[in-house]
Write a protein that binds this ligand. Structure first.
Ligand code: DX5
Ligand code: ZN
Length: 218
């Protein structure tokens, strides 16, 4: 089955000194979602930005803000990210023992809820929450840094695709980490429909953003 492929550039690889301009530029270049990696130096070994920064750049694009929370605990911060302008809020099950409750909380704030699955996390974490997710994020690197090598997990992506298709609902299957025009082919074939890409979108500079995004669609 062919489904439209959406591209979610990760602003982790952008120039932070002009974050708003970078977001406007990837929007104009054809980005479908704006992927925002939030890291706390505890759940993952790196620090990025929080709700005040997201609020500041919210006006730079009308595209959905796809906020990937790599923080623990996560529950005390959901409201702040919702208020800052997140449209999709994705959490990791390891961020707290009650991910069913966390997904419910995101939905109750009128936001789309996502669950992220690390390379070593089994897809069984989805077993009892399929009715609560709007997006499932399969990590193809261990979270924390841009520019890492893709971990081939096509069978896992296909497993998640089968779980989504069994629901009959339009749940996004997003893949994040080491996505290039080459690895994009593999993950799309396995069933992904949203590709996060940091390095491959930003590495050749603003004049190439449109062609870099186009190259990922295959
Ligand atoms: C990693 C982040 C990714 C990262 C991807 O923890 O979740 O979104 O920015 O970067 P690339 O595309 O460079 O692997
Ligand atoms: Zn991410």
């Amino acid at each position: 089955m062919t489904r439209p492929v959406r591209i979610a550039p990760s602003i982790l690889s952008s120039d932070f000194s002009k974050l708003g301009e970078e977001i406007s530029a990837i929007d104009a270049a054809g980005a479908d979602y704006i992927h925002i990696d939030v890291m706390d130096g505890h759940f993952v070994p790196n620090l990025t930005f929080g709700p005040p920064v997201i609020k500041c750049v919210r006006g730079a694009s009308k595209k959905p803000f796809d906020v990937h929370l790599m923080i623990s605990p996560v529950d005390p911060f959901i409201q702040a990210f919702a208020d800052a302008g997140a449209d999709i809020i994705t959490i990791h099950p390891e961020a707290g023992p009650h991910w069913h409750r966390t997904l419910q909380a995101i939905r109750s704030m009128g936001k789309k809820a996502g669950l992220a699955i690390n390379p070593a996390t089994p897809t069984e974490v989805l077993d009892h929450v399929m009715d609560l997710v709007d997006l499932i994020l399969v990590m193809t690197v261990n979270p924390g840094f841009g520019g890492q090598a893709y971990i081939p997990l096509a069978d896992k992506i296909a497993d998640v695709r089968a779980r989504i298709d069994a629901t009959g609902r339009d749940i996004d299957l997003e893949v994040d980490g080491g996505i290039t025009p080459e690895t994009a082919k593999e993950v799309i074939k396995a069933g992904a429909n949203v590709l996060v890409a940091g390095t491959s979108v930003f590495k050749n500079g603003p004049s190439a953003y449109a062609s870099s995004i186009k190259a990922l669609r295959g």
